[in-house]
Design a protein around this ligand. Structure first.
Ligand SMILES: *[C@@H]1O[C@H](CO)[C@@H](O)[C@H](O)[C@H]1NC(C)=O
Ligand SMILES: *[C@@H]1O[C@H](CO)[C@@H](O)[C@H](O)[C@H]1NC(C)=O
Ligand SMILES: *[C@@H]1O[C@H](CO)[C@@H](O)[C@H](O)[C@H]1NC(C)=O
Ligand SMILES: *[C@@H]1O[C@H](CO)[C@@H](O)[C@H](O)[C@H]1NC(C)=O
Ligand SMILES: *[C@@H]1O[C@H](CO)[C@@H](O)[C@H](O)[C@H]1NC(C)=O
Ligand SMILES: *[C@@H]1O[C@H](CO)[C@@H](O)[C@H](O)[C@H]1NC(C)=O
Ligand SMILES: *[C@@H]1O[C@H](CO)[C@@H](O)[C@H](O)[C@H]1NC(C)=O
Length: 367
């Protein structure tokens, strides 16, 4: 197989590796699938590329930090893995080429709409999204909440840049496309596939800043595994309890929601500062099961009452459940969702004009 490194070096030599910081393409016609390798017996899978380490480039093959994320275009990612053509007819769409910390709500809305249009076509059987891993769980969760289709949406990335020895991007891309092409992957919502594991986008989280085995679903578990790059699911299709879907067809931006971190002697004024800077909602990454200080609570109560700020309690621990408190009327409990996912759900709830009853049922539910 043509290695990504040699493909990259060849293209760099030709001056073809251009960093495209923010390229939006409209969905091209499906007939633009690579004609010479088109195989009518295989499903059509579209790869939406957003950048990240999977498209990252470093000066040295031993370098796995301090590289430039989002340097390579989707065509180079596809060219580096000719095995993709064994399982599908692939087509690449460059949505952005960014470090994932730079992904904005408007990029997410655009990505979700493009994916929806693609999956609504009878000529596309599934999509893959390549994404930086730092905020991958947020984008995957957003797609789970907004894309309406039984067809698979599989999000993948890499922990090592494309130029590294033992880069994980090529196998993760092949795994993701294979899962997207599998009928058994349908009806499960958005999936996250890296490191031979298949996880639901709802609960998976990045647990390690550097290691390739970073995406975990500790309490809820994985949905399946890849053996010899063949997906094997442990359970039939199901949705997470409490899952909602939002119609963002008319959206361009989403309301500002900020996350505040809980700690001993936390600064209560940060909550007002966030609201003064435009936050419509606050997610509290609280101590233990959503703990906050008394002085901090007084400020939050005031913001909820006077400024209509929507407040959801989450937790700063890796896992756990933040329980509803029936004695309070000014904030909601985030249940099992971590703060960064709670933020996405709160943005969508505020966008959809949920009332108090709606928010309560959105965040606080029994199975
Ligand atoms: C097309 O795909 C089918 C199903 O995987 C395979 O049997 C066949 O050999 C492929 N054809 C070519 C020309 O690669
Ligand atoms: C998969 O693709 C590679 C490269 O195109 C090819 O050499 C190989 O024979 C294929 N494997 C199978 C099982 O079709
Ligand atoms: C995505 O954004 C691009 C550029 O801003 C625009 O041309 C395209 O129509 C958008 N697509 C969707 C589905 O919103
Ligand atoms: C794949 O796309 C081509 C157009 O490029 C279309 O003719 C074909 O029917 C599609 N295959 C499937 C299985 O939808
Ligand atoms: C989503 O909302 C748009 C209007 O913004 C509407 O035309 C469309 O029918 C809605 N889609 C669904 C699935 O409800
Ligand atoms: C909250 O609302 C009050 C009363 O309307 C206003 O005086 C105050 O400036 C607002 N606070 C912030 C942080 O926006
Ligand atoms: C809250 O919104 C729901 C759904 O839109 C509606 O059925 C309900 O009547 C509303 N409740 C209140 C108290 O406004």
């Amino acid at each position: 197989m043509l290695s990504l490194t040699s493909a990259l070096l060849a293209l760099q030599g030709l001056g073809l590796v251009a960093a495209a910081p923010y390229v939006h393409n409209t969905v091209p016609e499906l007939s633009t699938r690579d004609a010479p390798r088109y195989n009518a017996s295989l499903p059509n899978i579209t790869i939406f590329a957003t950048g990240g380490t999977i498209a990252g480039s470093a000066a040295d093959i031993t370098q796995t930090t301090g590289y430039q994320a989002g340097a390579l275009g989707v065509d180079i990612l596809i060219k580096a893995v000719p095995e993709l053509w064994n399982v599908s007819n692939v087509r690449g769409v460059q949505v952005a080429n960014l470090d994932s910390g730079m992904i904005t709500p408007s990029i997410l809305v655009n990505l979700s709409s493009q994916i929806q249009a693609e999956l609504d076509s009878p000529y596309c059987q599934g999509v893959v999204v390549t994404h930086g891993t730092d905020t991958l769980e947020e984008s995957a969760f957003f797609l789970d909440l907004t894309v309406r289709s039984d067809k698979p949406v599989v999000v993948t990335g890499a922990m090592r840049p494309a130029t590294a020895l033992s880069a994980d991007g090529p196998i993760n891309l092949l795994s993701a496309v294979t899962v997207a092409a599998a009928p058994a992957a349908r009806g499960r919502g958005a999936l996250v596939v890296l490191n031979d594991r298949i996880a639901s986008a709802w609960y998976v989280t990045k647990t390690n800043a550097n290691a390739p085995d970073t995406f975990k679903s500790y309490e809820m578990g994985y949905l399946g595994v890849l053996i010899d790059i063949k997906p094997i699911f442990y359970f039939p299709p199901a949705w997470p309890v409490g899952k909602r879907q939002f119609n963002i067809t008319a959206a361009t931006v989403l309301p500002q929601v900020d996350v505040l971190y809980g700690y001993q002697a936390l600064n209560p004024g940060l909550a007002s500062a966030a609201v003064a800077s435009g936050a419509k909602g606050l997610v509290m990454a609280g101590m233990g099961a959503g703990g906050w200080t008394e002085a901090g609570r007084a400020v939050l109560k005031q913001l909820a009452a006077s400024n209509g700020t929507h407040i959801v309690d989450s937790r700063r621990t890796m896992d756990g459940y933040v329980e509803p408190d029936s004695s309070n009327t000014y904030y909601y409990a985030g249940g099992f969702l971590n703060p960064q996912k709670t933020r996405i759900l709160l943005q969508l709830g505020i966008y959809a004009n949920y009332n108090a009853t709606g928010f309560k049922s959105l965040f606080e539910f029994d199975s």
